[in-house]
Design a protein around this ligand. Sequence first.
Ligand SMILES: NC(=O)c1ccc[n+]([C@@H]2O[C@H](COP(=O)([O-])OP(=O)(O)OC[C@H]3O[C@@H](n4cnc5c(N)ncnc54)[C@H](OP(=O)(O)O)[C@@H]3O)[C@@H](O)[C@H]2O)c1
Length: 216
Amino acid sequence: MRILIAGAHGKTARRLVRMLVEDGHEVRGLVRKQEQTGDVEADGAGPVVVDLEAEEVEGGVGRAVEGCDAIVFAAGAGPGSGAERKETMDYGGAAKLVEAAEEHGVRRYLMLSAMGAGDPEGGSEAMRPYLRAKARADERLRSSSLDYTIIRPGGLTEDEGTGTIQAAEKLGRRGEIPREDVARTFAAALENGNTYHKTFDVLAGETPIPEALSRL
Ligand SMILES: NC(=O)c1ccc[n+]([C@@H]2O[C@H](COP(=O)([O-])OP(=O)(O)OC[C@H]3O[C@@H](n4cnc5c(N)ncnc54)[C@H](OP(=O)(O)O)[C@@H]3O)[C@@H](O)[C@H]2O)c1
């Protein structure tokens, strides 16, 4: 498949790019900074430079998605950003890509959401603007015509992956998960029809990833 990864220089995304390339996919890596294109190429993807928050972005996003079979939204404003960038990036960037996917006939869209986006008002005051933006992005995707999968991990860590997770529509507990296992979950979900039109939480766990996805 030809897959666009939005936020391709991110800590989860770089792992995912390398896994997808190893699986034989052709990967396009969307970044906003020219200086990151060398790393994207080193990971095995073709870089495309687009700032998802820029005003005059339509043409660029269209070019980025054109000819792709799937999109993974793995970008994010990051923990140091204020409420405004939650709106422009975490919601706006994701929504722009949903619209571009619809316009250009890209049917498959996987969203790297966050645990807690199902109930933003239940989050801490500091987390609420972020969770509200993630919730709106998920809602925009769910109300689209696309074959979506929305994956909501707990806190992301740099620990080594285990290849095993716990996944369910609602896990009902908080926790963490290594970025490597999140990336592997996306790689496994990409062509797994059982994940289409589903939204689910993921945490570190004991179930092999393919099995966890087939039980959803
Ligand atoms: N951290 C957690 O515990 C946690 C938990 C659950 C879910 N998540 C979500 O998981 C995702 C990945 O997290 P991560 O920690 O792996 O990501 P990360 O390392 O923070 O990477 C995010 C990437 O998004 C890019 N980006 C930011 N603004 C952009 C824009 N306007 N246009 C294009 N790209 C842009 C950043 O590029 P620059 O280098 O240019 O800034 C960065 O490479 C995020 O959506 C995050 O919200 C995080």
